[in-house]
Design a protein around this ligand. Structure first.
Ligand SMILES: [Zn+2]
Length: 278
């Protein structure tokens, strides 16, 4: 026979594990350029709703019986009222929301001249590589990967450059920083943030040794400047937390770090919104 305190303890453990199993990752909302708007979609059926933002299909997920669209807001979005569209049999219905202003700080960097003023050869290489990278990042695969309990931070380290920084290279304004830089010693293992499928693996001019993972429904992640790849090929499945490479400084990089990008509906968004507490 079990004593009453012991029985109580077992009940508590069971209750705790049940709530653990049900917990699913959910990003934090931030309706700013580079953030995520989470919009309820009043669709009752089990099938995922079709939602579009700026012509791009949007990630949808279910919570407590309701459907929600996770709209990635591009850094280039003008603050103010906007809308996503829910495609129904009776036509498109607007899902209105408002984007607040966010001033990202400027970051001045001195980088090697060869990475700012490209030679004809390097420029040709960059232009060749761009469609491959964009194609992988912006791809929509209508499959819903089961959401894990939490997103795995790819590695621990100091944030050496934040998402959204307006970059100024050798005094010249450039595109804003579309990812989060985490500095760590060369060789530090990098883990996949979420489960998915490898859709790009290459040594690119700017991004260095890079892996792109497709998490389904237009959610992708990219890991750049790696020192070494691990034995993963395009098409391979990865689990959240699986080691996918090592920190390095390949490509346009000023020291060993991981550049981690998260993308929703082709919009690069703040990776910290996917982490529990940041
Ligand atoms: Zn970076």
């Amino acid at each position: 026979m079990l004593s009453t305190p012991r029985l109580l303890l077992i009940c508590l453990i069971l209750l705790f594990s049940a709530s653990q199993v049900q917990a699913e990752f959910w990003p934090r909302e931030s309706r700013v350029p580079g953030g995520i708007a989470i919009l309820e979609v009043p669709q009752r059926s089990e099938a995922p709703p079709h939602v579009y933002f700026q012509e791009e299909r949007v990630y949808t997920a279910r919570k407590n019986g309701s459907w929600y669209a996770w709209v990635g807001i591009p850094l280039s979005q003008k603050p103010g009222d906007t809308q996503a569209y829910w495609r129904t049999r009776d036509g498109d219905l607007a899902l209105d929301f408002s984007v607040s202003n966010k001033e990202y700080p400027a970051q001045h960097l001195d980088v090697d001249y060869e990475y700012v003023a490209l030679s004809d050869e390097d420029l040709a290489r960059y232009r060749r590589e761009l469609p491959e990278l964009r194609g992988a990042m912006n791809h929509f695969r209508p499959v819903s990967e089961p959401l894990p309990e939490k997103v795995v931070k790819p590695l621990e380290g100091r944030y050496s450059s934040l998402f959204g920084f307006r970059r100024v290279f050798n005094g010249e304004p450039r595109n804003p920083h579309s990812g989060l830089d985490i500095a760590a010693p060369q060789g530090t293992p990098i883990q996949a943030a979420l489960p998915g499928k490898v859709v790009a693996k290459n040594h690119y001019f700017f991004n260095g040794k890079t892996l792109v993972i497709d998490h389904g429904q237009g959610m992708t992640s990219m890991y750049c400047h790696m020192h070494e790849f691990v034995d993963l090929q395009i098409g391979d499945r990865v689990e959240a937390g699986q080691v996918i490479g090592q920190v390095g400084t390949t490509g346009r990089s000023t020291g060993p770090h991981l550049h981690w990008t998260m993308s929703l509906n082709t919009a690069r968004v703040e990776p910290k919104l996917f982490l529990d507490s940041e």
